[in-house]
Design a protein. Structure first.
Length: 96
């Protein structure tokens, strides 16, 4: 069984950690907990890095997801206000 959660911004970290601990306490294998990690929205590269480190420490799987506005006509064209094209290329490697 795979469980999916979202860790989209730093402020929800305590709630996500609590949910993760509860799932593990009820027998869900940590490697079966996938945490979607939104980036390129209101965050910055350092924030993404901190959230991914949190997830690694909790023993769960981080699945980075790049934000793209619904009105975008071209995939991966949006560069968030706190991001650069270089930082976005770096973050792509987190999902590999």
């Amino acid at each position: 069984m795979q469980v999916r959660l979202a860790y989209d911004y730093h402020g929800i970290g305590p709630a996500v950690h609590k949910a993760t601990k509860r799932l593990k306490a009820h027998g869900v294998n940590a490697r079966n907990i996938v945490e979607y990690t939104l980036f390129n929205y209101i965050d910055d590269p350092e924030n993404l890095y901190e959230r991914v480190l949190d997830l690694l420490q909790w023993g769960v799987v981080s699945y980075p997801m790049r934000f793209e506005p619904l009105c975008s006509l071209q995939k991966n064209a949006h560069v968030g206000p706190h991001w650069t094209p270089e930082a976005l290329r770096w973050s792509r490697r987190l999902g590999e």
